[in-house]
Design a protein around this ligand. Structure first.
Ligand SMILES: NC(=O)C1=CN([C@@H]2O[C@H](COP(=O)(O)OP(=O)(O)OC[C@H]3O[C@@H](n4cnc5c(N)ncnc54)[C@H](O)[C@@H]3O)[C@@H](O)[C@H]2O)C=CC1
Ligand SMILES: O=C(O)[C@@H]1CCC=N1
Length: 266
C-alpha cells in the first residue's frame, strides 16, 4: 500500500511506527513542516520524509491526515487539485466532520474518518471508523489497515466525538490509572520499577480476560472477591471515594469539551 501521513506529529509518528513494524506499506511518505523531529524514520526502506504535502499526495493512494484541526482546511485546499478518483482520504482529526471535508473537496472522493489512539505504535489501537457515502466502497481498506494495527469498529459519524473520548483520550485515562496503582504499589513496598511492572501486566491481564472470555467485568470481579476478604474491602473503599463516578464524570467533561470546540468551529 502506498500511504502518506500528512502531519507526522504525536499521532502521525505512532501510526508510522505501527505501519513500519507491521510491514504494512509499499511506500510511506511522512510529511511535516520541519523534519528535524522525524529523523528517527530516516533510512527505513521505502519511507520518504518530506515537507512537500503535494509530492506525498501525488506518490500515494491512501492519505492519512493527522494535523491539528486548525491546519486541515488549508492543507485540503492546497492538495485539492492533485486528488484523483483513486485516492482514499483518511482523517484522524478531532471534530472535523465529513460534511466540512466535503465542503472543501466535494463529495466525489472516498472520505473516511478514523479515530485511532497512540497504542497504534505497538499494534494495539482501538480505532473507530466511519465514512461518507462514496467512502463506504473503501471502508474495508481502512479496516484492513487499522486491523493490522489493533482492533476496529465501524460506527456512525454521530458517535465519533464519543469514540474520541473513550478510545483516543482513553489512553491518557488508562495511563493515569496505571500510574496511580503504581504509586500504591510503591507505598506497599515495591520499588518504582517493580511497581510499574506489576501495574502494567495486571492491567494487561484484566483486559485480556475480558477480550478472551467475553465476560462482563463484574463476573471476573466475583471470581476475585473472597467474602470478607481484602479485595472487596479495597473495592468498596474506592467506590465510597467515588472511583466509578469520577471516571464517568471525567469522560463526560471530556465529551462536553469536544462538543464546545465543535460549536466554536461551526
Ligand atoms: N494525539 C493523539 O493521541 C490523537 C490525536 N488525534 C487527532 O490527530 C491530530 C493530530 O494530533 P497530534 O498528533 O496530537 O498533534 P501534533 O501537533 O503532535 O501533530 C500535528 C503535526 O502536524 C504538523 N503540521 C502542521 N501543519 C502541517 C502542514 N501544513 N503540513 C504537514 N504537517 C503539518 C505539525 O508540525 C505537527 O507535527 C489532531 O487533529 C488530533 O485531534 C486523534 C486521535 C488521537
Ligand atoms: O486531547 C485532544 O483534544 C486530542 C483528541 C484525542 C486525543 N488528543
Amino acid at each position: 500500500m502506498k500511504i502518506a501521513i500528512i502531519g507526522t506529529g504525536n499521532l502521525g509518528k505512532s501510526i508510522a511506527k505501527g505501519l513500519i513494524t507491521k510491514n504494512a506499506i509499499t511506500t510511506l511518505y511522512l510529511t511535516k513542516r520541519n523534519l528535524d523531529d522525524i529523523q528517527e524514520f530516516e533510512g527505513y526502506k521505502n519511507v520518504v520524509l518530506t515537507t512537500d504535502n503535494i509530492e506525498a499526495v501525488k506518490q500515494s493512494d491512501i492519505l492519512i491526515f493527522a494535523v491539528q484541526p486548525a491546519h486541515f482546511e488549508k492543507i485540503l485546499n492546497d492538495i485539492k487539485p492533485y486528488l484523483t478518483e483513486n485516492h482514499v482520504l483518511i482523517s484522524t482529526i478531532t471534530g472535523f466532520l465529513i460534511p466540512k471535508i466535503e465542503s472543501q473537496i466535494g463529495s466525489d472522493n472516498f472520505i473516511i474518518r478514523a479515530m485511532p489512539n497512540t497504542a497504534i505504535a505497538v499494534g494495539k489501537s482501538m480505532t473507530c471508523i466511519c465514512s461518507n457515502k462514496k467512502g463506504e466502497k473503501r471502508i474495508k481498506i481502512a479496516e484492513a489497515i487499522f486491523n493490522r494495527l489493533g482492533h476496529t469498529l465501524a460506527i456512525p459519524e454521530s458517535q465519533m466525538q464519543a469514540a474520541t473520548v473513550v478510545c483516543a483520550s482513553g489512553i491518557a485515562f488508562w495511563m493515569r490509572l496505571i500510574r496511580a496503582t503504581t504509586q500504591a504499589a510503591i507505598q506497599l513496598g515495591f520499588d518504582a520499577k517493580e511497581a510499574q511492572e506489576l501495574a502494567m501486566f495486571t492491567s494487561e491481564g484484566a483486559a485480556n480476560l475480558l477480550i478472551t472470555n467475553g465476560n462482563h467485568p463484574e463476573e471476573e470481579i466475583d471470581r476475585v472477591t473472597t467474602p470478607q476478604g481484602c479485595t472487596i474491602t479495597g473495592l468498596n473503599e474506592m467506590e465510597h471515594k467515588g472511583l466509578s463516578s469520577s471516571l464517568i464524570q471525567g469522560m463526560v467533561a471530556s465529551f462536553n469539551k469536544i462538543n464546545a470546540i465543535k460549536k466554536e468551529q461551526i
